[in-house]
Design a protein around this ligand. Structure first.
Ligand SMILES: [Zn+2]
Length: 311
């Protein structure tokens, strides 16, 4: 058992329950706060997000990891109020976006400077609240690593090693996951506390196995995002990996954004179907294909817990 930081305080890893490892309550591009023409009715957003969390809770989900990085409209107070109002465990991330979206203030820092920020948000809190980060989010874009991305990955690995807090990554369409692992490993991070995100945007079985065989988790965390990958491909891949004995190295999530700053705030009833596609449609299809309920339970409940425990 380990202690896990939720935005309302630490809980035992055994209390996490069914967990979405990569979602977003709110998202906005860096700079959105500086746009005088965009309204931000935070009260209404908190209310909507709370209702959206309740639709997930109704389906047995009890924990949501908010993968929103620093600078992308991540608000600790909003997460705290929504967690309180819904009774869901919400876990906030520290960490940074990829090079394209990284403000220069952070881009010019060295590894120690970036690590100090992550460590502060894990041990002291985010934005002068009592909410402490429970995961580290790092991102790489397409092509080769940018210099800033490599610094952030190194910083994340060192902080994860020191604090035991897991790392969840963003990859560009399921590329560079192996290279991310190389960096984490070179810094001595525990690979069993790492989820290589958006692995399911690739259809390359060797890529999946390359991640899993190193001891990291493969994030099938864009379920329903068909513009990146057909869900048919994801279904076949997940079923194949389970049959091959790798159900203990998979996590499933949607990477769904509940509210987007640049768009009008939708209602929970409008979005209920989209946000719960994983539970309502995708998992039933896995079950119909012959995947045992124990395998689903392992992936949705046991694996997230083990990531926080490092096993
Ligand atoms: Zn995401």
């Amino acid at each position: 058992m380990s202690k896990v930081n939720t935005v309302l305080g630490p809980i035992d890893s055994s209390a996490l329950g069914r967990t979405r490892m990569h979602e977003h309550l709110l998202f906005g591009w860096p700079g959105v706060d500086l746009d005088p023409l965009l309204d931000f009715d935070k009260k209404n957003v908190v209310k909507t997000v709370t209702e959206m969390l309740l639709t997930m809770k109704k389906r047995g989900v009890s924990t949501l990891v908010d993968a929103t990085a620093i600078t992308m409209s991540r608000y600790a107070d909003l997460m705290m109020t929504a967690a309180e109002g819904s009774g869901m465990n919400v876990i906030a991330a520290t960490g940074f976006p990829d090079n394209m979206y990284l403000p220069f203030h952070f881009a010019q820092m060295d590894v120690d400077g970036l690590a100090a920020i992550m460590e502060y948000e894990i041990t002291k809190g985010i934005q002068n609240t009592s909410a402490k980060a429970g995961v580290i989010k790092v991102c790489t874009g397409g092509g080769a690593f940018a210099e800033s991305e490599e610094k952030i990955l190194r910083a994340a690995a060192r902080v994860s090693k020191g604090t035991g807090v897991p790392i969840i990554t963003h990859t560009d369409l399921g590329t560079l996951g192996i290279e991310q692992i190389d960096i984490f490993e070179s810094e001595g991070a525990d690979l069993s506390r790492i989820v290589i995100g958006h692995t399911c945007c690739s259809s390359d079985i060797k890529y999946y196995l390359g991640i899993i065989e190193r001891g990291a988790y493969a994030g099938f965390d864009r379920i329903g995002y068909e513009e990146f990958q057909r869900d048919e491909v994801r279904l076949v891949a997940i079923a194949g990996l389970i049959v091959a004995g790798y159900s203990d190295r998979l996590v499933l999530s949607q990477d769904a954004i509940m509210v987007i700053r640049e768009k009008p705030c939708p209602s929970a009833s409008q979005e209920e179907k989209r946000l719960n596609y994983l539970d309502d449609e995708f998992i039933p299809r896995l079950r119909a294909g012959g995947i045992a309920p124990e395998s689903i339970e392992r992936i949705m409940t046991d694996n997230p817990r083990r990531i926080f425990e490092g096993s």
